[in-house]
Design a protein. Structure first.
Ligand SMILES: [Zn+2]
Ligand SMILES: [Zn+2]
Length: 262
């Protein structure tokens, strides 16, 4: 497969009791090999950082064949209860991590992407909600701890779409991402959600391409078999928008790798 990287994955899923182990991580290696992926980043939610064990990752790393790299990252979100501890953990372990993905899962106390709290969308002016969400993304983009931004327009997840033209706020957000020298994630996860559309939308992808913002690609897998999901479809989108390379990371250093034969 032409697409060789997947930079958003959750071996710990949403299980607070799960811990890294050779067995757990080994399943991801098996699937990566089957799917021809050669550069994969683990980016568990920062609220589960206690399950991320550096020694176990190191032991796993030593089992890797020469042609496959796994990177250790984390997804730092804006959870009002846990993200402060997450930040402290990242600061403490920054040099051991390859990649920090920044994301927004909360508007205030509201976990808007959780199906249980979907009804709250009905209480919002959706145009205003998108503005509020993207302002929150802009804050994340300004964080020195973050290397790249995840699922940039996650707020569309349940198909509540703005009626106003919000290209100005997309523009403003992408300008900040560019200025802050961060990557933008293009993720197939949106195709598994009610919105059934890539993250971010092709409108945003086209704007980012024009600004030459570097991209990472990802599936946001919460189980090994989701690794690289819908990558053929993703390859079509990258081709359509004339992307020539994707970013990978090593100890927060961005390296651009060419996309051959797209
Ligand atoms: Zn996320
Ligand atoms: Zn995620």
């Amino acid at each position: 497969m032409t697409l060789f990287s997947d930079y958003h994955n959750h071996p710990l899923g949403h299980d607070p009791n799960r811990k890294y182990s050779l067995e757990l991580l080994g399943e991801w290696l098996e699937v990566a090999q089957k799917k021809g992926l050669t550069d994969i980043a683990f980016t568990d939610h920062d609220r589960y950082h206690e399950g991320v064990n550096f020694d176990d990752f190191e032991r796993f790393y030593e089992t890797l064949p020469a042609n496959i790299k796994f990177k250790l990252g984390i997804e730092l979100d804006n959870d009002p209860e846990t993200s402060l501890a997450g930040k402290r953990w990242i600061e403490k372990n920054y040099d051991k991590l390859d990649f920090v993905l920044g994301s927004v899962h909360f508007i205030g106390e509201w976990a808007f992407d959780h199906p249980s709290y979907k009804a709250e969308f009905e209480n919002w002016n959706i145009n205003k909600l998108y503005e509020t969400y993207f302002k929150e993304i802009q804050k994340t983009a300004k964080s020195d701890l973050v290397d790249g931004l995840a699922h940039l327009d996650l707020i569309k997840i349940f198909n509540y779409l703005p009626t106003a033209d919000l290209s100005w706020v997309f523009e403003e957000t992408l300008e900040i991402i560019k200025k802050q020298n961060k990557t933008l994630e293009i993720s197939t996860a949106g195709w598994r959600k009610p919105i059934n559309e890539i993250y971010p939308s092709e409108q945003i992808i086209a704007m980012a391409r024009q600004k030459e913002i570097p991209i990472t690609i990802a599936s946001d897998a919460h189980a090994p078999n989701h690794l690289g999901e819908d990558y053929n479809r993703l390859a079509e989108i990258l081709k359509k928008h004339n992307f020539k390379e994707v970013a990978i990371f090593e100890k927060h250093k961005r390296i651009m790798r060419p996309l051959k034969d797209l």
